[in-house]
Design a protein around this ligand. Structure first.
Ligand SMILES: [Zn+2]
Length: 397
């Protein structure tokens, strides 16, 4: 692209020089026209600047210590008509060789679903490879209208544990999509008391709750020229929670905090660092709630552009931070999540090296925002905990 443009520009300069006599003649796209009308316009989506910095590039093929990827989506439960169906994003035979190459000992498949789908997910991933795959369950939200839902949901968690699920996953469905009549009516709050028996069940069964609520702060602002995620929101307009009846980012965070406070015997893992753009806020919460932990999936773009604050955060909370990637095999519309060697290499480079100003996603353009990141160069003691030991303890391995 750059080469072609450069060649065309040179050709235009040549033509202008040759036709030097024909003063005043304007050829469309020619250098003469550029001189007359100022710089040419370039569409934002076509802009792919390349860094001219001469800085070290370290290739980290394997993590320094074996890793547990705490945040992956090897499968989804897809709604088809009146029932849910398991949709696998890959096969174990496709995933295991990548894990071996990248030193990933265990992958946690958070989106295991519930009921029949959960059973199938466990049978497909976890049962044949119990040392490599762990499956979490999800709430059966469609039943929320039923009067006995609170106890039903708690019983489902107990049943899920019995058939092998190791934790509970909460998608941002809770707080941003689930409504009183499932898809219509007012939004159901994260701290709705109907879920209290479920949180308690998870706690008493030793199942950690991986909870994703809210999203980057820019998703709650207008998608306009001031929005730092303008291109990402343009590519995924349904990720915008600006306006309508959506709660603010802070309201969602505080509803989750009330749940963590109320269910202090349950271990909560705030996925995506909880609020990776506001580490002072997350630090306050970690200080306040001993049953809260965080995971870093899909947020190295945020952590890596505030490397000094992030390094202090990793140092102070080294026993409460978990490695995760939010990997989706074949997730091509979200380059920052495509499962494969390049994804892990970027995370390892971020955590282990002091490299500067590199891409946070394997993509020609930074997909979440126009910035690059800096490595943290974490010491071995912290790496060991973040890669493996913190998750090992929480999952009771
Ligand atoms: Zn995820």
């Amino acid at each position: 692209m750059f080469k072609v443009d450069r060649r065309r520009m040179l050709k235009n300069i040549m033509l202008t020089a040759v036709a030097g006599a024909s003063v005043g003649q304007v050829r469309p796209g020619s250098a003469a026209r550029q001189q007359q009308k100022g710089p040419c316009k370039l569409a934002l989506e076509d802009y792919q600047p390349r860094s001219m910095l001469h800085v070290p590039e370290t290739k980290v093929l394997r993590s320094r210590f074996p890793a547990i990827d705490f945040h992956t989506h090897l499968s989804w439960s897809n709604r088809r008509g009146s029932r849910n169906e398991l949709h696998n994003n890959a096969t174990p035979a496709e995933v295991l060789p990548v894990m071996d190459r990248k030193n990933v000992r265990i992958m946690v498949n958070l989106t295991g679903g519930y009921g029949d789908v959960l059973q199938e997910t466990i049978r497909y991933w976890q049962s044949p490879n119990p040392d490599r795959f762990i499956v979490f369950t999800e709430p059966w939200y469609e039943k929320i209208r039923e009067p006995r839902y609170p106890q039903f949901q708690a019983d489902q968690i107990a049943w899920a544990r019995k058939i092998g699920a190791r934790g509970v996953k909460i998608l941002k469905t809770l707080g941003l999509y689930l409504r009183e009549q499932v898809t219509t009516g007012p939004l159901v709050k994260i701290d709705d008391p109907r879920f209290d028996p479920m949180w308690d069940a998870a706690g008493s069964l030793g199942m950690p709750v991986g909870i994703h609520i809210s999203d980057p702060e820019a998703f709650f602002l207008a998608t306009d020229r001031f929005n730092e995620r303008y291109e990402e929101l343009n590519a995924h307009p349904d990720w915008s929670f600006h306006g309508k009846d959506f709660p603010s980012d802070r309201e969602l965070q505080e509803a989750r905090n009330r749940v963590i406070e109320r269910h202090f015997r349950t271990q909560f893992v705030a996925l995506h660092v909880g609020n990776s753009e506001n580490l002072p806020y997350v630090s306050q919460l970690l200080d306040r709630y001993p049953n809260m932990h965080v995971e870093i999936g899909a947020r190295i773009g945020e952590l890596g552009r505030q490397p000094r604050q992030s390094a202090k955060f990793f140092d102070k909370y080294q026993d409460r931070i978990m490695f995760g990637t939010d990997a989706v095999p074949g997730g091509y519309d979200t380059p920052q999540q495509i499962f494969g060697d390049p994804l892990y290499e970027i995370y390892y480079r971020f955590l282990e090296t002091e490299d500067e100003y590199f891409d946070y996603a394997p993509a020609p353009k930074p997909p979440q925002g126009r910035w690059r990141i800096y490595g943290l160069g974490l010491p071995e003691k912290i790496l060991r905990k973040v890669y493996y030991e913190n998750a090992e303890r929480l999952l009771k391995l």
